[in-house]
Ligand binder design. Sequence first.
Ligand SMILES: Nc1ncnc2c1ncn2[C@@H]1O[C@H](COP(=O)(O)OP(=O)(O)OP(=O)(O)O)[C@@H](O)[C@H]1O
Length: 633
Amino acid sequence: MQVSLSPAQREAVESLGRPVLVSAGAGSGKTRTLTAKIAYLVNHLGFDPQRILAITFTNKAAEEMKSRLRQITGRSPQDFPWVRTFHSACFQILKEHCEELGYRRPLTIHSEYQQKVTLKKVLAQLDLDAKYLGPLRSAISRAKNLEDPRGYLKHATQIPRRLEALELYNEILAQHNAVDFDDILALTRDLLMRNPTVRETCRDLFDYVLVDEFQDSNAVQCRIMDLLVRNGNLTVVGDDYQSIYQFRGADPSHFIHFPKTYPNAHVVRLEENYRSTRPIVAAAEALISHNAHRLEKKCFSRRDGDPVEVREFLSDDQEALWVADTCRNLQEARGIPLDRMAVLYRTKFCSMALEQAMRRRGVPYKMMGGRGFFERREVQDLNAYLVCAVNPLDDVSLERILNVPKRGLGAGTLKKIFAIGGSGTPLQEKCHRALDRGLLSKKAAQSLRGLLDLLDEVRQMPPAHALRRVVDACNYEAYLRQVSTDENDFVARMENIQQMLHAANQAPDLPTYLEECALVTEEQDNEDDGYGVRLSTFHGAKGLEFEAVFVIGVEEGLLPHWRSVGSSSPGDRPEQEDLAGLEEERRLLYVAMTRAEKHIFLSHAKARKGDLVRPSRFLAELPEEHIKRHRSW
Ligand SMILES: Nc1ncnc2c1ncn2[C@@H]1O[C@H](COP(=O)(O)OP(=O)(O)OP(=O)(O)O)[C@@H](O)[C@H]1O
């Protein structure tokens, strides 16, 4: 299959022999270009697809890219083993060479749940209040994505004893022979930097490196990328106007300074927007031109359309009802299906008034997010059994399942077990010793022996067999029935187990299955459920497109968000605003606006949550010739 490309897209595809930066606008066909380039390397130039590293932003994007590559090149998705996210690619490297860093194989990844349990222990050991759990977790995660984690922790947060907390947390992870999600990148970087032999071995794996969504890469990712590239065989694609993950360490500077980092780089601009009409593109361009920190490009569209509508309301409730009514009107009068519409907002709380209005008007809607699949109870329980089988050092997982489902290990028994050996003795080892020394009652010993035998039994089984065996041996279905709120809940949970069995069936062995689970856990659950208008935060709408988009709450305090500009509370205006934060907020509105194909409505209210608010300064930055202002009162 041949993909049609514009001259600029073709230039990006065919440019070789030096690093290429594709500086692309919204809706300009970034992914199409990147995929076409991989196909070109393979089909025209004879590159081995197994030796092409293509980094995507999410696992879902990696799957989509592989399926597009299959269509274009006729090769099977397995021929492209290195189309992966940064985390997934780095973990392939890290697990192969983890012994160099003092770990044992198989190396395991701690899930969010395990991370939280470990951090709770850290807080307790350091006599710190449990209220620090959330802030400490974010601070450590942010720190690990920077070049100098300790330096960041020292200055950027006020959490007491934070450096000790980091040490202790890392120590516990090492004891469990585990890494957390952020370590995957940081440790791979350390490995590649400190060990020239490993570096050469890894560089030898790849003939070409491509990175999608490069504007959202952080310092650690950029360093890893640099260490893996040979002979300038590198293409990065992105849009610095859409860099919106500063809170996770992303920094558009890497993108903007790419031509300085690689002075022989070839810069290709994709400026034609194929998605949106001219007024939408012109308004978004005018807005973003107020950001000083960006790479110049002139985005345009050839399609005419209605002006951008800016609406003022008295209250958020009035705004929400108007949005619900307008969705209906667009559907009835213009034939736009409801699931081609989206309502986007800066922070989650804005969805409340909207949901009420949608229900009152009977407009179906769907929300993104919710609990991720891998965060659900049954998924975590069953995977914890498998983790314990593979990694006898993982105390967090064993603690979770010791008595789940209940197996008669009472508080007294557990106390006896925990008391054995020092704090460095793994819990599984303690259990074995308790049995060997005959410390437990007959009933408790039998039950514990059953559990340990089960872990031994499933260790070498294929993943789906192991899972099925755990469900049966523990009578897990009966347990689920007890904990489910009703029959629907029970059925949904059983379906989740079916889904797990399906996933487990695809994996060759237990460590690989668990690794894949851990790697996707961090992603938001973006599955659509049902038909209706999509309600989403700006972040959640990244990469999506809709015929009609409502951007609500375009008000000072919300957009720019008060925290991003350095205010201490919603009403406060700092003496000096955080300029980088302000620019990120402008980029967020840019992302939201550029999701729209034909119709866009920006709205603000005079009162939100009962507080008086002012329109966002960003509204004054839009070009009058492309907007129409209304007052709905
Ligand atoms: N050369 C082309 N000719 C016609 N249509 C194109 C071309 N390139 C891309 N498109 C279309 O433009 C739309 C936007 O493309 P795509 O979603 O890949 O953009 P993007 O650059 O990833 O956007 P964003 O970053 O805003 O999410 C898609 O519907 C795509 O099919």
